[in-house]
Each structure stands twice: as C-alpha cells, then as structure tokens.
Design a protein around this ligand. Structure first.
Ligand code: NDP
Length: 525
C-alpha cells in the first residue's frame, strides 16, 4: 500500500520538528511524509501518507485475506516466518542501514535489539505458536459436569492493528505483528510517522517470503490514521507513550475493542552496598545510554546505598565520560547515537535544567551538542531527589541520575514511589536478599544483578503495571491475547433429563439442598 521515494541527494531539513505534523492531533494536510535522518538533519525519503479515511479499506482488505492465511495452519504460516527470517539475514545490511538512517542510532543498537531480536522472534513464534495455542483440556470441579468433555480453543480475532513508536521501529512494530500473524490474524501496522522505512522494508521481505497480499499492510500515516485503526481493527497492540495509550484505550471503549498497551517506564536500579560495583556501573552506563536512552526499559534512575555511593559514582563517571557520540558510521566507531524524535530534545533539556535548578550536580555531559544533527551528551547527575522531574517523569534520553540512599528499605520505598512499573533491577552479592527485594518492587519485571536482558526471555511475560501498561508481550499470554478463547463443553453420555430441569419438584429441590450442604456446609476445608 505505502510507497517511498528515496532522496538521491538528501537535503538539509530546516524544520525544528524534523518534518513531523505539528497539529495537536498529529494530522496535517500534506500528502507525503518526509523522513529525516536525526544524526544529520537530512531528509532521506518522502513516504506516501496513508490518510485516516483509507484505514477502513485497508482493514477490509486484511479481513478478506485473513481466512486463507488462517487456513494455512501453523506449519504453513511457520514456513513463511522461516523464509522471512532467511530474507532478513540476507538483507541484514540493508535493514540495519535503514534503521540507522531513520533513527540516528548506532549500527550496534540496530543490529542487536532490532535485526537480531526480530529474527529471533520469527523463529520463536513459528515454533511456539502451536504449543501455546493448542486446545486446552479442562477438568471441572463441578459435580454437575462429571463425564463431560471440556476444552478451550484459541481462535484468531481477525484483523490486529499494531501501532508502534520510533525508538525501536522494527522491533516494536513489525516485531509485535509476528505473534499476531502466527496466531492466524491479518495485521495492519501503523508505524510512527517519524520512522516508517524499516517496516516498509520488512513488508517487502514478507512478500518475498511468500506472504499473500493483504495479510500484512503498513499504514504510513499520522496519529489520526492510528486512531482510525482503533475504530476498525478487532484488537489493538500499542507501544508508545502513556498519554497516547490512554487515548487509545478511551477510543477502543467505544467499540469494546481489546487493547494491549506497552507504555512508558521510569525504571529504577537499586545498588546495595555489597554489590559488584564494577559490573553494576558497567550495566548502569550501558542500559541508561544504549539506544541513546530511548528505551522504555532503560535504567532511568539509580539508588545507591550510602556505603557504595561514592565508589559507584566514580566508576560511572569514568565510563560515561569515555563514551563516543556522533553520526553513526562504520560499526565500532561510536557508542551513543542521536535523539530520534524532535520534541524529545526539549524534554531531555527540560529535565536536566529542572534538576540543576533544584540542586542536582551534572558530573558528566549535561547539554545538547552544537552542530548538525540532534545529539544530547551522555549525562550523569548526582544529588538528585524526587522533587525533580528527572526522577519521576520518563526522560527517554541518555541520562543517568544517581541518588544516595540510607539502606535497602529506603531504596525500595523510592523505587516504588512512581506511577510507572515496567522494568527494574536489584544489585547485590547476596542473591537471596536480592530475590526478596526484587519481589517487593511494584513492576512487571525485575532482574537481580542484571538489567533488561529479561526481554530476551521470550518465554516469560513482559509487560507493565500501573501506568506502564496493560497486557503482556512474550510467553503464552503474549500470543493468546491475539485470540478469542472459545470454551467448548461436550456431553457425550446422557440421560433424558437432568435433576434440575423442569418441572421443579419438592424431592428434587431437597436432594439438591442435601448435596449443597454436603459440599459447602462443613466449614472451611
Ligand atoms: P506516541 O505514543 O504519541 O506515538 C506512538 C504511536 O502512536 C505512533 O505511531 C503515533 O503516530 C501513534 N499515535 C499518535 N496519536 C495517536 C492516536 N490518537 N491514536 C492512535 N495512535 C496514535 O509517542 P510519541 O512518538 O509522541 O512519543 C512521546 C513519548 O512517548 C516519548 O517522549 C517517550 O517518553 C514515550 N515513548 C515510549 C515508548 C515505549 O516504548 N514505551 C516508545 C516511544 C516513546 P505518529 O508518530 O504518526 O504521531
């Protein structure tokens, strides 16, 4: 559906918003969407804009294509996924370059968290879908159902709308489509207008892998196209901001369309006095700065026990101060890339300024880099507290605020003092203590002596609590959510009438009363 015109001679983009639609509901009268390279400020492509009014037709085409796709069965669908994985490996350079150009991230970030993770997901869901969606036999506790056959069947919902963000354009858009497709659904995918190219390229790969027309379509539109998708699809998988997630849920309530929402995070890292500080510092710097900190599960704030605070900070300062930043080129040349989303720069600056105004100290970085492209220096702050935006609101940038705490209990209290609850981590050599603390954190996910790698345990549910979201990706739940569960009861051997059928009788009622008291009248057991 969508077409792209690559710009042979890229021109500098003079607009401060990277060509993004500026009206509050993210709509504009333009007919194409310019795609900017955030690291250079150049417009690298013009993509045909899909209007909100076209979404209904795309969903109808998906609905028409879905039954044949479902009829292929798990094996037939897995063949397409495996072919897509081979295509992705053969085209890995092209895909990596496309992601780097539209996001400004490093080739390493594009390779590990996007190309590799998507290839891994293609094989994971191809293998696991038949197991996770197999009929479930159920044994009932009810005496009335003795001898009856009960099972739950998972049936695809029809057309899934996947709405994704710009931070991991391939993983958080196409990546979420894989389980939906393997469950037998068709998908209409709405990438962020800021980063449509990698999903368009992947759609080309799916066609090359043998996916029929209409089963996966990319709607390269603005926010209003996403809103229209909520109206017409049978289910919505959304990754993005909490603000937009709430708008989607409100809109979906009009049609009672189920939603799964992966939203923002303010993920805490708790470093206890007995932690391996070298490993903890390495992890803090990597997971706060990786992908330029534009990760919903990145380390957004650190609490360090008093006895370890100064040594930990010294290590972090050394490591963060040595990071290389600049225009992504050959692999291995820079560590931290650009700020992908134009308004994000002002938000990061605002958080740092607010923290400094309230008494924090910038010990590394602290400002935007002058010159072409959109870069914010890797930044470490100390002396922070919860009166500062940088400790309570999602920053989504290369920032690492570190707070000194008295003990583990204070760290836990502060870690839970948030409206978010996505990922989190605890660092200590006392693993049993770490586990105890981990299970008291109010979050969907926690690592002990690690960060974020739980994301690659695709067998485990991955999702948020509080304002970080509803529903999970990964695990059996992460594919069952794309299905309606259908509970079937079969009576095989039967008498002409059941005890409770009409006509009611005194004897029958008495018999039932005796049975009821026998079951429930003997106190707690
Ligand atoms: P949004 O949540 O607004 O955008 C995510 C997706 O939703 C985009 O495809 C967007 O389209 C689409 N969209 C926008 N409005 C609607 C709507 N009313 N109905 C349906 N879809 C809609 O995120 P932003 O890109 O504006 O980023 C804002 C903040 O979100 C960031 O500063 C960051 O804090 C957070 N964020 C969190 C992410 C996460 O992984 N949890 C990922 C990215 C950002 P379009 O882009 O075309 O407007």
């Amino acid at each position: 559906m969508a077409t792209v015109e690559q710009k042979p001679q890229a021109k500098a983009n003079g607009r401060s918003n990277g060509g993004r639609a500026t009206s509050t509901d993210h709509t504009s009268s333009r007919s194409t969407i310019p795609v900017e390279n955030p690291a250079t400020g150049e417009i690298i492509a013009e993509v045909q804009k899909v209007e909100a009014g076209q979404i209904e037709g795309m969903v109808a085409a998906a609905r028409a294509a879905q039954p044949a796709w479902e009829a292929l069965g798990y094996e037939g669908r897995a063949r397409v996924m495996h072919a897509a994985r081979s295509w992705l490996m053969e085209n890995r350079d092209r895909m990596r370059r496309t992601i780097v150009e539209e996001t400004g991230k490093t080739p390493e970030d594009a390779q590990l968290a996007e190309v590799f993770m998507v290839a891994d997901s293609l094989s994971f869901w191809a293998k696991k879908a038949p197991k996770y969606l197999a009929d479930e036999r159920v044994r009932s506790h009810s005496p009335f159902l003795l001898g009856k056959k009960l099972f739950v069947r998972y049936r695809p919902m029809g057309v899934v709308g996947v709405i994704g963000p710009w931070n991991y354009p391939l993983l958080n858009c196409f990546g979420d489509s894989i389980a939906a497709l393997m469950a037998g659904n068709a998908v209409v995918l709405k990438p962020s207008e800021v980063t449509p190219l990698s999903n368009m390229l992947m759609a080309e790969g799916m066609r090359a892998a043998g996916l029929s027309e209409g089963v996966l379509q990319v709607a390269t539109g603005e926010g209003d196209a996403g809103a229209a998708l909520v109206d017409h699809a049978d289910m919505i998988m959304f990754t993005g901001s909490t603000r937009t997630g709430k708008r989607i849920m409100a809109r979906a309530s009009e049609t009672l369309t189920p939603v799964s929402l992966e939203l923002g995070g303010k993920d805490p890292m708790i470093v206890l006095g007995d932690a391996d500080l070298e490993r903890a510092a390495n992890a803090a710097v990597y997971w706060a700065m990786s992908n330029g900190g534009q990760m919903c599960t990145s380390v957004e704030r650190v609490y360090v026990e008093d006895s370890a605070h100064d040594e930990f900070v010294a290590k972090v300062v050394d490591k963060a101060g040595a990071l290389r930043q600049g225009v992504p080129g050959e692999p291995g040349t820079i560590d931290v890339g650009a700020v992908t989303f134009p308004p994000q720069m002002e938000l990061i600056e605002d958080h740092v300024r607010d923290a400094v105004d309230r008494g924090a100290t910038v010990v590394v970085g602290g400002k935007r880099r002058e010159g072409a492209g959109r870069f914010f220096e890797p930044t470490v702050l100390t002396g922070v507290d919860h009166t500062m935006k940088i400790m309570v609101d999602e920053t989504f940038g290369p920032t690492l605020p570190i707070m000194r705490v008295r003990d583990a209990e204070e760290a836990l209290h502060l870690a839970n003092d948030t409206r978010y609850g996505l990922n989190s981590s605890v660092w200590t050599k006392d693993v049993a203590k770490g586990e105890r603390l981990a299970t008291r954190i109010e979050a969907g996910n926690t690592c002990v002596n690690d960060c974020v790698v739980n994301y690659s345990a695709t067998e485990m549910p991955m999702g948020g609590v509080k304002e970080s979201g509803i529903g999970v990706r990964h695990s059996a739940k992460g594919i069952q959510k794309y299905c309606n569960s259908h509970s079937v009861l079969v009576t095989r051997l039967s008498q002409k009438r059941e005890l409770y059928y009409f006509p009611y009788s005194k004897r029958g009622t008495k018999l039932f009363e005796r049975l009821m008291v026998l079951m429930h009248g003997r106190g707690r057991r």
